[in-house]
Design a protein around this ligand. Structure first.
Ligand code: ADP
Ligand code: MG
Length: 251
């Protein structure tokens, strides 16, 4: 079975076609990359898959199920996680609390549980804490778990965002420009972490501008330009593709 695919996926904002008829297949257990100039529709493509936008037409199929019209929380429950281009973390809270809150949004406690502090709530709180510590260890932030997010380096913030996504035990994570704004050494560290996710059995799909990183870690690459898929293939195929070179040089 195909793991995740888009069929003729299209999103219009008024007269603008941000994503235009895109067919894409995501391979399980691999690093699938999406590149393209600014405004090409990459983030919108992620928003369509994760349920933050409804497609104007076309479908998103995850393990045989059409998820195109499901709300984002239902899609997350199915095992599809994502990070955002600009990290949406609570800067005034600790790293640990950020991950716990992110995780608790997906647990089953209701208002009555919260008011009466039921055993279920207490059990869930303990589980969330344990899970948060586990993922913080995985992203190698366990020694800064008590620090405020606002005091972290850009790279540590990116790792915190990864931890939030991983706390939901996803089958696939969508990473929107994970290495934006971090220095080359830190970029290598994040690339290592992405490889570690794949080793753990998680499928990765990422958007990234850093070509060196992409060419090194991606198993396959799709190129978007003005909402359209203009190329797809192995890193070495994309690197030498005339159409891609033109799109990047604006020729
Ligand atoms: P990328 O991530 O490749 O830089 P985006 O997906 O963010 O590109 O944007 C693609 C196009 O869609 C851009 O022209 C952008 O201005 C437009 N766009 C994105 N989101 C919205 C929105 N919510 N409403 C209107 N236009 C949008
Ligand atoms: Mg974007």
């Amino acid at each position: 079975m195909i793991f995740l695919e888009t069929r003729n996926l299209t999103k219009r904002f008024g007269g603008l076609v941000a994503v235009n008829n895109v067919d894409f297949t995501i391979e399980q257990g691999k690093i699938n990359a999406i590149i393209g100039p600014n405004g090409a529709g990459k983030s919108t493509f992620f928003n369509l898959i994760s349920g933050f936008h409804r497609p104007s037409s076309g479908q998103v199929i995850f393990k045989g199920q059409d998820i195109s019209t499901l709300p984002s929380n239902k899609i997350a429950e199915l095992g599809v996680a994502r990070t955002f281009q600009t990290t949406n973390l609570f800067e005034q809270s600790t790293v640990l609390d950020n991950v716990i809150v992110g995780h608790r949004l997906r647990t089953k406690s209701n208002l009555a549980d919260a008011i009466f502090r039921t055993p279920r709530l207490k059990r869930e709180e303990a589980q969330c804490r344990e899970k948060a510590m586990e993922v913080l260890e995985f992203v190698e932030l366990n020694n800064v778990s008590d620090k405020l997010v606002g005091s972290l380096t850009q790279e540590e913030k990116k790792r915190t965002a990864f931890a939030l996504a991983l706390a939901t035990d996803p089958e696939i994570v969508f990473l929107d420009e994970p290495a934006a704004g971090v220095n080359p050494d830190e970029t290598d560290g994040l690339a290592e972490l992405i490889n570690k996710m794949v080793d753990k059995g998680i499928t990765v799909c990422l958007i990234e501008h850093k070509m060196q990183m992409i060419m090194k870690i991606a198993d396959k690459i799709m190129v978007l330009n003005y909402g359209e898929k203009i190329a797809e293939g192995l890193p070495e195929e994309i690197r030498n593709n005339e159409t891609v070179i033109k799109a990047y040089l604006g020729g």
